[in-house]
Each structure stands twice: as structure tokens, then as C-alpha cells.
Write a protein that binds this ligand. Structure first.
Ligand SMILES: [Zn+2]
Length: 395
């Protein structure tokens, strides 16, 4: 088997705020005089079974609380909103995660991390640093091109300077490109539970920085409808921006229909619940709409019971364009190559299948066509280079 960290690939669904290194976050928080919880290290792949158990427990709790209780849970998915839900789940925070032995893993840790990110990122250097370090970490995964989600308008609103967070992040990404060769574009996301006005602000930011912003879209609690935002995304498409919404993660087929219909979404963030509706599967397949699937995120957040029971293989077998992504790597403890390894080991993929997944990621990206062509060539080269075992070198 070939080394998956050398497989060239595109990463299409990852939130910058959920990819911050824990030591960096604590350092930034401390520099701003915030109380920093003593962390366990983030969950590592070996801890996933434990994480899944925890997520199941959380999901049961959420079910017991009913749909309203789950709202806060979903909100942070997209956003690091300024106000954010500060419900009981969040209050358990890092302490709860630590008691569960999960470090930052698990649902409570997800809240804790997002809350801390929201509170800690204040100065231009904070944003620059996390963007630069993101490039270093991502490049080490064999990622050659990434479309990184960033909730720019929320940070700008929180800090009273609409342009500062995005310009600082773009600076960091540019420096990261120089240092590590990672090509990136931003996707500016907006939480559905936040006002339409902020969605318009998000679009205006995207237009101002459109040379490096490739798309806009909705994230956050799917229980909040996408319909109030249709005007924003029609305007986005008219302006030549791409549109990508989260849908079909927590909510069912109706959320996907909204996203790819009036919502104008060109890919589906998650979309795993498309399988609830065979007609929708056929439509998504026939229209060639790629899915941004994030297996570990789904397991850790309780949307799939375990990796083995994750619908990944069924989605792929249905002929859908399935891409592999991390969503919230700081919390799952799984960077992109580990996510590919999880898929390989869980579903019995060989190197050819891994390379095929990488090709889908490139095809589904909004990268310039010359870059796409180069990456396809690099993927082919990865596959034709003899695997370590075949050359007699130690695996
Ligand atoms: Zn996401």
C-alpha cells in the first residue's frame, strides 16, 4: 500500500476555525488573557471507538432534548458565530470532554473548541497565524489544493472590522502557499440561524476578495430553512461566485432539495441523508452534484454510529461523486490522509480506489482547469510509482 500522505488530493470541506492547532489556540487565548483549560491532546485515531461511543451518548441526549435542544449543537458546525448558542451542552465544555477522557474529541469538546476559537481570535496576527499553520498541516497530508471554509463576516462583526479577519487570513494563506506550496481558495460560509443581512455582508466580502474567494454558502443548523437566503445565493451565482451549502447531514432529503434547487448549491456539504430518498439519489447522480463526505466528523458528532456503519460505501456504490473531507480535523484528530486511510481500511479500498477518490476531489473542486490537469497527472504518477512493498523497501 502506498503512503496516503503523498497522494495528491483536493480538500473541499474543512473549516479553518475547526482546524486550529490546540497549542496555538491556547497560546493565542492566553495572550489575550483568557482562561485556557488544561487540555488533553485532541482525539487520535486510536481513540475513535471511544469517541463514537461518546457521540452516541450525546445523540441520545440530544434526542431526549428534542429538536430544539439540538439547535445549539448544529449551529457551531458552520460557524463560530459571534453570539453562538451557549446551551447546556456547551457549558459542559472541555471539562466534560476531559472527564470522558476524550481530550477535545466528542461533542462537548466540539463546543469547547468553537467557543474558545470564537473568543480567542482577535488580532490580525491571530488570523494570519492560524491560516499559515493550516497550510503547513494540510500540505503534510498531500493536499495540493484546498477550499477552506471561513466565517469571515461573523468574525468581522464581532471585532468591529469587516475586512480585518479575511485580509489577515488571506495573508496567512499566501505566506503558506509560498512556504508549503499549498494552493487555497476560501469559501465564505454563513450560519442559517443568523440574519439574512449578515449573509449579504458575506456575499459583499466574497465579491471584494473574489480573486481568492471561490464560493459562498450556508452552514449551521439545518433545522433553520435555507429559503430566506435564496436571494443572496441567486445574486452570488449572478456575480460568478460558486455556491456550496451544508445539507443532508442532520436533516433529510428536503434540506438537500432546497440546497440544490432554490439554494443553487453546486455541491452538497455532507449530503449523506440523500440515501433516504432513491429519487433524490438519482437526481443528484444525474446532475453530477458532488458530495463532500466527512466520515469522522459524522461519527464524532453522532450522525453515523461508527465508521463501519457510515453510509460512505453505499453513497459511492450508488454512483454518486463522493469526496473525502475532514470538516473539523482539530476535533476529530484526523487530518485528511488519515481520513482516506479510514475509508481504505473500513471499506477495503486498494490504492487504485484511493487514487480514484483523489481524482473525484479534484474534479469536484472549483480549481482552475490547468491546476486540475496538473493534479490529475500527479495522482496518476502516485499510482504508477511502485508501492514500497513491491520494491522490497520496508512498508
Ligand atoms: Zn462543515
Amino acid at each position: 500500500m502506498r503512503d496516503l500522505t503523498t497522494l495528491p488530493k483536493a480538500h473541499l470541506h474543512v473549516h479553518l476555525e475547526s482546524a486550529v492547532r490546540w497549542p496555538t489556540l491556547t497560546e493565542i487565548a492566553a495572550a489575550h488573557g483568557l482562561d485556557v483549560p488544561t487540555p488533553n491532546p485532541p482525539a487520535q485515531p486510536a481513540q475513535q471507538a471511544q469517541g463514537a461511543q461518546h457521540a452516541r451518548g450525546v445523540r441520545e441526549t440530544r434526542e431526549a432534548q428534542g429538536a430544539r435542544g439540538a439547535k445549539g449543537a448544529q449551529d457551531v458546525q458552520g460557524a463560530q458565530d459571534v453570539q453562538g448558542a451557549r446551551g447546556a451542552q456547551e457549558a459542559r465544555g472541555v471539562r466534560g470532554a476531559q472527564e470522558a477522557g476524550l481530550g477535545l474529541g466528542g461533542f462537548a469538546g466540539f463546543f469547547a473548541l468553537n467557543t474558545l476559537v470564537r473568543d480567542a481570535l482577535r488580532a490580525p496576527d491571530d488570523f494570519r497565524r492560524i491560516a499559515y499553520e493550516y497550510c503547513e498541516d494540510e500540505a503534510a497530508q498531500g493536499t495540493r489544493y484546498a477550499e477552506v471554509s471561513f466565517t469571515a463576516a461573523a468574525h468581522g462583526e464581532r471585532l468591529g472590522d469587516p475586512d480585518m479577519p479575511i485580509t489577515a487570513v488571506l495573508d496567512g494563506l499566501a505566506a503558506g502557499r509560498e512556504a508549503f506550496g499549498l494552493e487555497t481558495r476560501l469559501i465564505l460560509d454563513h450560519s442559517r440561524r443568523r440574519p439574512v443581512d449578515r449573509a449579504w455582508s458575506t456575499l459583499r466580502l466574497a465579491e471584494r476578495y473574489r480573486d481568492r474567494v471561490v464560493a459562498v454558502g450556508l452552514a449551521g443548523d439545518e433545522a433553520f430553512p435555507g429559503d430566506p437566503f435564496t436571494g443572496v445565493f441567486e445574486a452570488a451565482r449572478d456575480a460568478g461566485l460558486h455556491v456550496v451549502h451544508h445539507a443532508g447531514e442532520a436533516e433529510g432529503p428536503a434540506s438537500i432539495r432546497q440546497a440544490i434547487g432554490p439554494g443553487r448549491s453546486e455541491r452538497i456539504g455532507h449530503g449523506i441523508r440523500v440515501l433516504d430518498d432513491p429519487e433524490l439519489v438519482a437526481e443528484v447522480r444525474d446532475r453530477g452534484l458532488p458530495l463532500e463526505v466527512c466520515p469522522s466528523s459524522n461519527v464524532v458528532l453522532g450522525f453515523a454510529p461508527s465508521a463501519a456503519e457510515h453510509p460512505f460505501a453505499r453513497l459511492r456504490d450508488a454512483g454518486l461523486a463522493v469526496t473525502v473531507n475532514t470538516d473539523i480535523p482539530a476535533m476529530t484528530g484526523r487530518p485528511l490522509a488519515a481520513e482516506y486511510a479510514l475509508v481504505r481500511d473500513t471499506f477495503g479500498d486498494d490504492d487504485t480506489a484511493c487514487a480514484a477518490l483523489a481524482r473525484v476531489s479534484v474534479d469536484a473542486s472549483f480549481a482552475p482547469s490547468a491546476l486540475k490537469a496538473r493534479l490529475r497527472t500527479e495522482i496518476d504518477a502516485w499510482l504508477t510509482t511502485p508501492a514500497p512493498a513491491e520494491t522490497g523497501r520496508p512498508a
